[in-house]
Design a protein around this ligand. Structure first.
Ligand code: BG6
Length: 458
């Protein structure tokens, strides 16, 4: 006779795949059994009540105490006996580690906004500032990051940095590659975690892996980290959720401090990830001598000004994005183009649009347009082109000419006061100027707003 818990445990030992489950049985009405493998599970400890969710935000309104179930663990929960944790494999008892929740209700409420996504887009001046706070000390000319400082030699001596992530975090990784290679001159590769983990990658003790994840729970990223660690690589995490599985399994890391991101389509976590990657690249470059002091000082001053610029672009682009969105609600395809640092911005803009508006969208490096996508351009094709002054402006001008020659509809994201691209574009969204390397942070805002409003109108 196995009993309720024994039967669940025996069954789970036969189960293949990832899960986070709650089991109820009509013969045991006072008891719940929870178990997890590969997916997160949190138990809220209330006053004569318990809550079970994939993270603490749904129950923070009712209790400030939680137990995060560890990988491969299960728990029996009842008012009589409380929470008792065991390993699924061997039935070994584990002491529950009760955590005090630091979340507050305001962070996870919509606060008057129609959607969490809109709230989170608007929060970015604050979330970027919070990500820099205590790290970017402009007056002292210092970037303080304990995680990097403690392992500076290891990271700077890496033969190669491999960035692994999924979705939007992967796009942040691509921009991270540009940043780290430009300022620290360390070779960087960026991989989808889902590809990395299944392809027997070449990775070893001389490599440093940077894993980027908002949630800190993405199963592919987690599995890729485990593989990299097994092969002896040093793994650095960039996560938003404190104490998440990825944050706990990595050798060192930096939290993004963007606050809870409830919207499924990542917005503020993305710009916070770019902020952290900028800080890391500048810190490494300064330390290994590839970035001179004068340039370092001017870049950190520019980075410090980013939250204000994000505030400006938020103020100026809501209405503009709304108007453009209204005109393209019925579009069936969109193309996003950008060059250099803003090629990944184009990928991210396209991902945002498809994820929430269900319009097919593709991001492309602008120069690649002629090798195929150009065939798709006609008067029905809206093309979002990210064209800040710095970088490859002249090249972008010729791309816009090519698009207009085929009657494509150009929505240009340009710097304030721009003339050349703006005079050819059908629609213009302006943003403040900044160094090319930080322009993806500013450019992300109008792209997020455009996809948000298109989705709302649809
Ligand atoms: C997705 C989300 O499915 O997961 C994306 O919709 C996100 O917005 C991706 O970028 C990866 O998630 P995470 O938490 O690992 O950054």
């Amino acid at each position: 006779e196995l009993g309720f818990a024994g039967a669940v445990r025996a069954s789970l030992n036969e189960v293949y795949g990832a899960y986070a489950i709650t089991v109820m049985h009509e013969d045991f009405p006072g008891e719940l059994i929870v178990a997890r493998l590969g997916s997160p599970l949190a138990i809220g400890l209330g006053d004569k009540e318990f809550f079970i969710a994939s993270d603490a935000s749904p129950f923070v309104e009712f209790t400030k105490e939680a137990v995060y179930l560890e990988e491969g663990h299960m728990a029996t929960i009842s008012l009589e006996n409380g929470v008792n944790i065991f390993t699924i494999k061997d039935n070994e008892k584990v002491e529950p580690a009760i955590q005090e929740l630091r979340l507050n209700l305001e962070q996870i409420e919509k606060g008057g906004y129609e959607h969490f996504m809109l709230k989170e887009i608007n929060e970015q001046p604050r979330s970027i500032r919070d990500t820099m706070r205590g790290r970017l000390l402009v007056d002292e000319g210092v970037i303080k990051m304990a995680g990097i400082w403690d392992h500076l030699e290891r990271i700077n001596k890496a033969e190669r940095i491999v960035i692994i992530a999924c979705g939007t975090s992967w796009h942040a990784g691509l921009i991270g590659e540009y940043l780290i290679e430009e300022f620290a001159r360390i070779p960087v590769e960026v991989e989808y975690a889902s590809e990395f983990r299944y392809r027997n990658p070449i990775i070893g003790p001389k490599d440093v892996v940077i894993a980027i994840s908002q949630s800190g729970e993405t199963a592919d990223t987690m599995a890729a980290i485990k593989l990299a660690k097994e092969k002896g690589a040093f793994v650095y995490g960039i996560c938003n959720v404190v104490d998440s599985s990825i944050a706990r399994v990595t050798d060192a890391g930096s939290y993004t401090h963007a606050g809870p991101e409830i919207g499924v389509a990542s917005t503020k976590a993305f710009t916070a990830q770019l902020t952290i990657l900028s800080l890391i690249a500048l810190k490494l470059g300064k330390h290994n001598g590839n970035l001179g002091n004068a340039e370092f000082m001017s870049l950190i001053a520019e980075l410090d000004a980013i939250p204000t610029k994000v505030e400006e672009v938020l103020q100026s682009s809501h209405e503009v994005a709304k108007n453009i969105a209204k005109q393209y609600v019925d579009a069936t395809n969109f193309l996003y183009l950008g060059r250099g640092y803003n090629f990944p911005s184009a990928l991210e803009g396209a991902l945002k649009l498809k994820e929430i508006s269900y319009i097919h969208a593709e991001g492309y490096p602008a120069a690649e347009m002629k090798h195929g996508p150009i065939a798709l351009i006609d008067e029905n094709m809206p093309i979002v082109i990210i064209a800040p002054k710095q970088g490859h402006y002249d090249k972008i001008v010729s791309n816009v000419q090519e698009i207009k020659a085929r009657k494509g509809q150009v929505i240009a994201v340009v710097n304030k006061g721009d003339v050349q691209v703006s005079s050819m574009a059908d629609h213009v969204i302006e943003m403040p100027e900044t160094s090319e390397c930080f322009s993806p942070i500013v450019a992300a805002i109008p792209l997020q707003l455009l996809s948000y409003y298109i989705a709302v109108y649809r």
